[in-house]
Design a protein around this ligand. Structure first.
Ligand code: WTA
Length: 635
């Protein structure tokens, strides 16, 4: 019998050891006993990190939606699969049962087929957090189309870049979206993007806000009438284990986003298994992950992981502050949420509001609290543990990435003793390594280094869409034969891991990964700007905020700095989205550079963080004099 559900610490260690000693046997048992296969695999795993190439369950055939929907119909047909809580608290919540989900996914899949979408085609999904977002994802998976969800807060330029990178044929969107008291003209953003997207042949539009929107004849279709005509039955396309399931873009250190490609079988097995254990999920639980499905957390732990376990998964359309900062707790009480999974930035924002807004609500249904997206600081951890969990709901601080597909380092609640700010132990099958700057693995405890993973796990991304070389360069070249995460970590005296943060040019702001290069590219488009450098600095709610150092072209004219700041942030909003706006912009005469012309971000980071006691030797810089000037004018 496989250990699908781990219940005590000794069992964890025993299963973990097995997963390392005999990974193939271990994963084969999990896969065999808990999933529905059309055909079993010929080989559990083949891998070579030098290429890199990883294949799990090769030769197997399946459809992930049969695992997430069809197989539950006989036992859970009337159980709520998706519990939709709208932005407006006065609008009733919607309970979509597994049977209804089956019908709605088939209808959607049939509409996609009618629009000419076939197996392997890419479909871009730019939809707010409404049920159609999850349904369109599953509809793509049902017919073997590759979904590429783009977070509906990205700008038209960012959307166009992503559509073009994977040459999507169809876009699913909505007329508009609600975010708290605001309404966003989503269709307008799509129209703008599509001016430069030749691959897109059709657009399906969900009605949500009932705004008057432009509908391009021959290209745009309202979804509802098409769904109404479509059959509620439909066969799932039989997919190969390693067929791409989806593409999801993440920031990188160059301007172009990286389209991480996840495949079917391994992703399914790993997200389902981590979901079950990390949240100690039981049959009648109500699981709520507050992430947006536009990010990996939503893909894996709102859609696929929960549904593969036949769970009830909450989808919340709104924001934590609307109509007031008690909204999350109101929803927990209303739906008797048992597992609550959110980001440290939300916890910090809520902790600022005082306890009255928490005490108004009955949170006694909660059993497990999760955290994801960035390191959770000690203060936020204690507030979450004491004020929300009342000391009885363990916090699972889950470390993972878009690239890893599923949770990699985490406590298992009621199994692993927690420790504030520590993600604690590797999940079953995960083999972390800490590396020094000479490329050597650092063994033993009480050490810190760069975090790598030295053995494949089933849900790892297989490539970057259209650019395998970049996949290799980014993740498999820094350390020989290892996947490099881009994060630093330390291991304490008992082997617990604490993630210390990014060691590359990615900055995590409010839990969102932002690459410095695309932001700098956007700023440099301003006609008055000569050069710019972005760094992160500590922020009490966002974790990090962005600090921009900008040098201006010498045109002899005097410039109004306040206006320039606004224009720069507007450019960033247009090119990327409001999430990438800068909190502070300092205009400087120059940027500190090495003799080879590389900007010394380390110095800029320290100045922005008000930590100038140890700037190191600046005398070897090309232009040491600018350091003093920058320090004198720091904001
Ligand atoms: C960071 C989100 C500390 C980390 C699932 C990682 C974390 C990046 C944690 C991936 C955590 C995520 N503790 N840091 N529990 N979880 N991170 O791709 O730097 O949006 O590399 O995936 O977020 O962000 P991504």
């Amino acid at each position: 019998m496989s250990h699908y559900h781990i219940k005590h610490l000794e069992e964890y260690y025993q299963v973990y050891r097995k997963s390392v000693r005999e990974p193939e046997n271990f994963w084969e048992e999990i896969a065999e006993e808990h999933f529905l296969w059309r055909k079993k695999w010929d080989k559990v795993l083949s891998w070579d990190f030098t290429k890199p190439e990883v294949k799990w369950f090769e030769g197997a055939q399946l459809n992930i939606t049969e695992n997430c929907i069809d197989r539950h119909l006989s036992t859970r047909g009337d159980k709520t699969a998706i519990l939709f809580e709208p932005n407006d608290p006065n609008e009733p919540a919607e309970h979509i049962t597994y049977r209804q989900l089956y019908e709605r996914v088939n209808q959607f899949a049939n509409v996609l087929k009618e629009q000419g979408i076939q197996r392997g085609d890419r479909v871009c999904i730019y939809v707010p957090m409404i049920p159609e977002l999850a349904i369109s994802i599953l509809a793509c998976a049902r017919i073997g189309a590759i979904h590429s969800v783009v977070f509906a807060g990205f700008s038209s330029k960012a959307l166009a870049t992503r559509i073009n990178d994977s040459e999507c044929k169809l876009v699913v969107t909505a007329d508009g979206s609600y975010r708290g008291a605001k309404t966003i003209d989503l269709k307008g953003i799509v129209d703008e993007a599509l001016q430069n997207c030749p691959s897109v042949k059709s657009v399906l539009v969900v009605k949500r806000t009932n705004e008057d929107v432009h509908m391009e004849a021959g290209r745009d279709h309202w979804l509802e009438p098409l769904l109404d005509k479509a059959s509620k039955e439909g066969k799932a396309e039989i997919m190969n284990a390693e067929d791409p399931l989806f593409i999801l873009y993440t920031s990188g250190s160059t301007g172009r986003p990286k389209g991480m490609v996840h495949t079917s079988a391994g992703y399914m097995v790993y997200t389902a298994y981590t979901f079950k254990n990390t949240f100690q999920y039981r049959e009648h639980d109500i699981f709520w992950c507050t992430a947006d499905i536009g990010w990996i957390t939503g893909h894996s732990y709102i859609v696929y992981g929960p549904l593969a376990n036949g769970a009830t998964t909450v989808m919340f359309e709104g924001v934590p502050s609307y109509p007031d900062f008690g909204r999350f707790w109101e929803i927990v009480q209303k739906h008797k949420v048992t597992q609550f999974y959110t980001a440290p930035t939300a916890i910090r924002a809520l902790a600022k509001q005082g306890v009255e807004l928490v005490d108004k609500y009955d949170l006694s249904s909660l059993k497990v609290l999760g955290s994801v997206g960035e390191p959770i600081n000690e203060e936020a951890w204690h507030w979450y543990n004491d004020t929300i969990g009342k000391g009885k709901s363990p916090i699972v601080d889950t470390w993972w990435q878009t690239e890893t597909g599923g949770i990699m380092i985490t406590p298992i609640p009621f199994v692993t003793p927690t420790k504030p700010t520590y993600a604690t132990l590797p999940f079953i099958g995960v083999q972390p390594a800490l590396m020094d700057d000479n490329g050597q693995e650092i063994k033993g405890n009480q050490v810190d280094g760069k975090l790598c993973i030295k053995f494949p796990w089933p849900s790892m991304a297989r490539t970057i869409w259209g650019d395998h070389q970049r996949y290799k360069d980014t993740y498999f070249s820094a350390f020989e034969n290892k996947y490099f995460t881009g994060d630093g970590a330390l291991r304490d005296e008992v082997g617990y891991y604490r993630i210390t943060g990014r060691v590359d040019d990615v900055i995590i702001v409010s839990g969102h990964n932002l690459g410095t290069a695309p932001i700098e590219d956007a700023i440099n488009e301003h006609p008055a700007v000569s050069e710019s450098a972005i760094v992160g600095f500590p922020h009490d709610v966002k974790g990090n905020a962005l600090y921009g150092y900008v040098t201006l072209k010498d045109t002899g004219e005097s410039r109004n700095h306040e206006n320039l700041r606004k224009e720069i942030n507007q450019l960033i909003t247009d090119r990327i989205g409001p999430i990438a706006k800068l909190d502070k912009i300092q205009f400087t005469q120059g940027l500190p550079k090495t003799r080879s012309g590389k900007i010394m971000r380390r110095i800029l980071r320290k100045i922005a963080s008000n930590d100038t006691s140890n700037l190191g030797d600046t005398s070897t810089l090309l232009n040491p004099e600018v350091v003093q000037e920058i320090m004198d004018n720091v904001l």
